[in-house]
Design a protein around this ligand. Structure first.
Ligand code: CAO
Length: 451
């Protein structure tokens, strides 16, 4: 099989370009158009491709050499019939793809000095250049522009290598000549990233989130370090995951629960007799169940790929319970099918088990929607975090007697603040407002629940 010397093809009006990378070695098999060397001009780096498929026999350049059009780069044998040049190519070479091959066939036997020796005749005319840049960056455009910043120097192959590993070369320091980024800089960066301590943010979305600064607070005054409880660590991780993954919107409202409260008070004796605590939350559970039935997208979850919505045909509602060890969310099942005394009994039992640390995993699974009520404590509003993969959560604050304009004058009404946070990928703003409005209507007039 004939050995061909491959000269540097016409790459435009450049002289004495330094070789910054030699991408092949003797014995390598290369495809046509596979890069052989990388050159660098003032403005760009470019890879020079093999004119045909074959095997490298000898590399005639080394990093640091300077080259000009026609200088020999490598010797190679070809396996491709298409690459076989016409016998008289050097003298009659047409100005197209063939010339480089023809040049190879007729090039003189290379010598170590070949890199600085202009090759005689078989140089492709300037107009025949395109093939030489098939895999290289356009010479006229700075290779770093527009996204990477003008100061980044890296060859296309190093950039491709970095890209394949998800590394942004603009974040690297180069150890090569003129601070050029080498392949070894990319691997060193990846090694360091892998061995660095993980931030507390979840891997799925938090890889690029910078950690909070680690400060020694004792320099400012006395401190005490208290370990987080097991529940706090787990719920903290879950809350971070939800916060980072779910685009939240919170819709606020205030609903008039004056009549609800009167009804609740009227049931108090019966509730006491039954041994249950009938708080506003029980009525809210019932009204939310109705709203979930009327707005099925709120009773749903996105599938793992975020491409389908899984609509649930059951209504299980989680209720956030504050315990000495942290926040837990036991689930009240089939809320739509139960009366308020049953719901009050179940909620009471779940709260006791939660505070005693006796909830089972089953008690805390299967929720469709969550309610976080701080009404027993106080506050006017807060923005709850969606308990993913659920798509919405209702925050309830403490009701207050307020003067409300009824068209003729101000009248005292008991107003309950509501805050609905939802996953904006699933629920749009209008739907969020409709859900809250419907919920508010039911709470203001419980007869709505039987309509
Ligand atoms: N407005 C005014 N008063 C309210 C109210 C509201 N929205 N909600 C409850 N109350 C009253 C109750 O009626 C009760 O008063 P009475 O004893 O006079 O009837 C009192 O506040 C205490 O209620 P409660 O908190 O014991 O009962 P609940 O059914 O409202 O709540 C539970 C039960 C388990 C949800 C609650 O005890 C709890 O743990 N809340 C905290 C939840 C939490 O931490 N959420 C934050 C999550 S995000 O970090």
């Amino acid at each position: 099989m004939p050995i061909k010397a491959i000269p540097l093809p016409d790459i435009g009006n450049f002289k004495d370009l330094p070789v910054i990378e030699v991408l092949v070695a003797a014995g390598d098999t290369v495809e046509a158009e596979q890069s052989l060397i990388t050159l660098e001009s003032d403005k760009a780096t470019m890879e020079i491709p093999a004119p045909f498929a074959g095997t490298i026999q000898k590399v005639l350049l080394k990093v640091g050499d300077t080259v000009n059009v026609g200088d020999l780069m490598v010797e190679m044998t070809t396996t491709s019939a298409a690459a076989t040049p016409a016998p008289k190519a050097p003298d009659t070479a047409p100005a197209a793809k063939a010339p480089e091959v023809a040049a190879a066939a007729s090039a003189p036997a290379p010598s170590p000095a070949a890199t600085s020796m202009p090759t005689p005749a078989p140089v492709t005319p300037a107009t025949a250049a395109p093939v030489t840049l098939a895999t290289a960056a356009p010479m006229t455009a700075p290779i770093n522009a527009p996204t990477l910043g003008a100061s980044v120097h890296a060859s296309p192959s190093v950039r491709a290598f970095a890209r394949s590993l998800g590394v942004d070369v603009s974040k690297l320091g180069g150890t090569g000549p003129k601070n050029r980024i080498q392949k070894s800089d990319v691997t060193a960066f990846v090694k360091q990233a892998l061995s660095a301590p993980q931030s507390s943010a979840p891997a799925a979305t938090g890889g690029s989130i910078p950690p909070l600064p680690n400060i020694d607070f004792s320099q400012f005054g006395a401190i005490e370090t208290v370990p987080l409880s097991r529940i706090q660590k787990r719920s903290g991780k879950h809350l971070s995951t939800c916060w980072l993954n779910i685009p939240h919107v919170t819709q606020f409202d205030e609903t008039d629960i004056t009549d609800l409260e009167a009804f609740r008070q009227s049931l108090k004796a019966r509730a006491d007799k039954a041994g249950v605590k009938l708080t506003p939350l029980v009525f809210i559970l019932k009204a939310v169940a109705r709203a979930l039935a009327d707005f099925p997208r709120f009773n749903a979850a996105l599938d793992a790929h975020g491409e389908n919505l899984i609509l649930k045909k059951y209504i299980h509602i989680g209720v956030a319970v504050d315990t000495p060890n942290g926040l837990v969310v036991p689930v009240v099942r089939d809320v739509d099918q139960k009366g308020i005394f049953t719901l009050a009994t179940e909620l009471g039992a779940l709260s006791v088990r939660a505070r005693d640390g006796k909830l089972t995993p089953e008690d805390m699974s299967g929720g469709c929607f969550s309610i976080s009520s701080l009404g027993g404590i106080g506050g006017t509003q807060f923005t709850p975090i969606v308990n993913g993969p659920e798509v919405a959560i209702l925050g309830v604050s403490r009701s207050q007697m307020r003067p409300v304009w009824d068209g003729n004058g101000f009248i005292p009404r008991l107003m309950l603040p509501l805050a609905l946070s939802y996953d904006h990928r699933v629920i749009d703003g209008a739907e969020g407002a409709r859900f809250v409005t419907a919920l508010s209507r039911s709470l203001s007039d419980l007869r709505e629940l039987i309509v």
